[in-house]
Write a protein that binds this ligand. Structure first.
Ligand code: T1G
Length: 723
């Protein structure tokens, strides 16, 4: 039988009682029909790029399984997928449209009712609904590189097609719940170990599954219907408290999130209720989550993340350059972290410093970082060794000659950066990509210190560079398309979320952060305390507020910059001058005790703040949470509107991605621009006008784009579409 369930071909072909012809596409799909004594039909889903279970695929599957059931010449069925992966889940783009029958449940019910064994041939990333389909098969075989998971939680929903019921039955609640709550996939080896897959097959997984099917037919093995497996649940029926213990062990931070609680509840139903009843309730919960604001925001970020890596105005067919070797200039905190990113991705990297001492210090820090990860169990010792072998340290800039990409991470000083690029221009290969990790400076000016500005761009990493996912890729005025494409491809390869931005002071993220910082400081003078300001943001879902963040980064850094430029920050300057540099001195805006990173409100800081208010003749008053929150967030959104208007960010979603991945914006509110649309632009405009008037600060006036959209009933999201 040959069934291709695809978007091009929604009606599978008529079953045929002979082997597929050799050669061409048909052979590549391996649609083999076994003849008696064990006829094995193969159903192949083919819906590129990830075989999402869109309507046509579900309809095709229903049709294919019905015909396999009715065809007396077929004794067993293999379900496989063409292309790079077994089904990676439901089609997320369908969530905002009215549901179209058949639903996935209908397909799974039909599979459950099958009297012929169904074997899943897994490869790539069977995720979400894809894994749920595999769970409705009687057996599962997988290629060694397969990664299996239920990532729904990351989209603010829960597994809606039986995953919360079948996975606990197959592998036990203690193994299933952590997978459902983390959303992280497991390897084929782990899946074999916990019973999620029955066999790992080398070579073509479809062929492996056919061989497996023939074997179970020959052995007359019984059907293993996952929904009938009750033995792993009995323990929890007898000991319901044991479930709470598993929950306590598996639940991560779920503050403010609706999906984890719903997922826990759903898994509880697996042993408390008959499966039909549990499934009915799970479906209701699923629909509620899918239609809620949190999941909408998380889906927005899912697509915005993929969109942000696509630079506008890229000539069709632009190919990234090949990157086999990298160099990083500077072995400080940033340089070291960036070098680790390359080594982690298997790319050999040379770290270049001016002095042996600075180099050794940098290399020692890298080693220590890796050792800490090994000690925490996050990395195997031999993987650490492999990565360390990819890192070479030198004190001669000439070494940049071998690199396909050079990332400069020296001090944030224009003259120094220009000097480095001037030298690099003479050393680096003609086809090398030259990137600066500047976080504020003008990339065009840096590019002009070379004779090859088309090869220059910004790659702005966030600290700690080996951990933070965001990578702002700064496109200079002259940056060549293939240079940009290379930076994006490298970014993805080293596990970052690239967002392409234009040149301006501070680019997208830091420019908006600055807008937030100004009001944060002003509110201290007016009557708020650091814990009030930070509290307004942590309550919203940020991991920390601006003052805890300053303490972490070190107050002396900003102080030095302000001294050089003649700028002032009343409270922060006074704290630095009193020796309070932040966490590194145990005191900053907060106090820190016994090496802990938890901020403790400090009456000494309060005294410094009150004195500053007095100096400015400000009568302190009580600021409520709502005012604090709006004065922090609305100026930041306003700056985002300017950034959009100027074209520094191409789409509002790019800004959202930058804030979620670089600044801890809570993903379930979708980033600043998505959130602004939800709050309503007229309200934000009015509040900003009030804030600007009160502060006497024209910069806080509603930006022209915000005003225009508010007046016309528009939204940032629709503005992007019209542009
Ligand atoms: N639906 C629609 N489009 C999808 C999609 C999906 N599930 N997954 C990927 N795409 C698009 C993506 O937007 C991009 O489009 C292209 O495919 C390639 O993706 C019933 C409720 C599979 C690991 O959450 O994690 O099942 O930008 O660039 O790096 O309970 O995509 O090219 O136009 O990411 O190789 C659960 C989501 C759904 C998996 C591949 N499943 N996908 O990564 O490629 S909910 C997921 C991924 C569910 C059931 C429920 C990754 C990937 P474009 P890509 P990649």
């Amino acid at each position: 039988m040959q069934n291709r369930v695809s978007q091009r071909e929604t009606r599978p072909k008529t079953p045929q009682a002979h082997a597929a012809p050799r050669g061409g596409r048909k052979q590549a799909l391996s649609q083999v029909v076994e003849l008696r004594p064990g006829a094995v039909a193969v159903i192949v889903v083919d819906n590129p790029p990830v075989n999402a279970l869109k309507h046509a695929v579900r309809a095709g599957l229903l049709d294919a399984f019905t015909r396999a059931r009715d065809d007396k010449s077929i004794d067993a069925i293999v379900l496989a997928a063409a292309g790079r992966t077994f089904m990676a889940g439901a089609d997320i783009t369908e969530f905002d449209k009215p549901p179209q029958a058949p639903g996935l449940i209908e397909v799974l019910d039909l599979m459950d009712a099958s009297k012929k064994p169904i074997v899943a041939a897994l490869h790539g990333t069977p995720l979400g609904g894809g894994l749920e389909v595999a769970l409705a098969c009687h057996y599962r075989v997988a290629a060694p590189t397969t990664r299996l998971g239920l990532p729904e939680i990351k989209l603010g929903i829960l597994p809606g097609a039986g995953g919360t019921q079948r996975l606990p039955r197959l592998i036990g609640i203690d193994k299933a719940l952590p997978m459902i709550l983390s959303g992280d996939p497991i390897s084929a080896a782990q899946a074999l170990d916990n019973g999620l897959v029955d066999e790992i097959v080398e070579g073509d997984p479809t062929q492996g599954a056919i061989a497996f099917a023939r074997r179970i037919l020959a052995e007359k093995r019984p059907l293993r219907r996952v929904r009938d497996m009750e033995d792993k649940l009995e323990f929890y029926r007898a000991n319901p408290n044991a479930f709470d213990e598993v929950v306590a062990k598996s639940a991560k931070r779920t503050r403010g999130l609706a999906a984890p609680a719903a997922a826990i509840e759903s898994v509880r139903w697996s042993f408390e209720l008959p499966m039909e009843e549990a499934e009915r309730r799970v479906r209701a919960k699923f629909a509620e989550l899918r239609d809620g604001d949190q999941s909408k925001a998380q889906r927005h970020i899912f697509f915005a993340e993929r969109e942000a890596a696509k630079a506008p105005n890229m000539p069709a067919g632009t190919k990234p350059r090949e990157i086999n070797r990298a160099a990083v200039i500077g072995a400080g905190t940033m340089g070291g972290g960036i070098a680790m990113c390359f080594a982690n991705a298997g790319i050999p990297v040379t770290i270049i410093e001016t002095s042996r001492e600075a180099l050794d210090r940098g290399l020692a820090t890298i080693k220590k970082n890796y050792q800490n990860t090994v000690a925490r169990g996050g990395l195997k010792a031999d993987d650490m060794e492999r990565r360390l072998k990819l890192l070479t340290g030198v004190t001669d800039l000439e070494a940049a000659r071998d690199a396909d990409i050079v990332v400069e991470a020296v001090f944030e000083e224009m003259d120094l950066k220009k000097q480095v690029f001037g030298k690099l221009d003479k050393i680096a290969r003609p086809d090398a990509v030259l990137a600066t990790n500047t976080s504020y400076l003008n990339v065009n000016e840096i590019a002009k210190s070379t004779q090859r500005s088309p090869s220059v761009l910004g790659m702005h990493f966030f600290s700690p560079a080996n951990v933070m996912r965001l990578l702002e890729i700064v496109r200079g005025a002259d940056t060549a398309p293939d240079v940009l494409a290379t930076a994006i491809a490298v970014g993805r390869k080293i596990g970052k979320v690239p967002a392409v931005v234009g040149v301006c002071h501070g680019f997208v993220g830091n420019r908006m952060l600055h807008a937030r910082g100004i009001e944060a400081e002003r509110m201290l003078l007016e009557g708020a305390l650091p814990q009030d300001v930070d509290g307004a943001l942590t309550e919203f879902g940020f991991p920390m507020g601006p003052f805890a963040m300053s303490d972490l980064a070190g107050l002396d850094v900003g102080w030095r910059v302000r001294k050089a430029s003649g700028a002032k920050a009343e409270v922060a300057d006074a704290l630095v001058e009193a020796g309070r540099y932040g966490q590194k001195t145990g005191r900053g805006f907060y106090r820190y005790e016994g090496g802990s990173r938890s901020p403790i409100p400090d009456p000494d800081t309060e005294r410094v703040i009150v004195e500053a208010s007095v100096r400015h003749g400000i009568k302190r008053r009580n600021l409520d949470r709502k005012e604090i929150f709006e004065r922090l967030i609305f100026p930041l959104i306003n700056e985002g509107a300017r950034i959009l208007d100027e074209g520094v960010a191409a789409r509002p979603g790019d800004i959202d991605v930058i804030w979620v991945y670089g600044y801890g914006w809570p993903v379930w509110t979708g980033g600043p621009m998505h959130y602004a649309d939800r709050v309503g632009l007229p309200y934000i405009r009015d509040r900003l006008a009030e804030i600007a008037a009160r502060a006497g600060n024209a910069k806080l006036e509603p930006a022209p784009l915000l005003t225009k959209l508010a007046q016309s009933g528009g939204k940032f999201s629709t503005y992007a579409k019209a542009a």
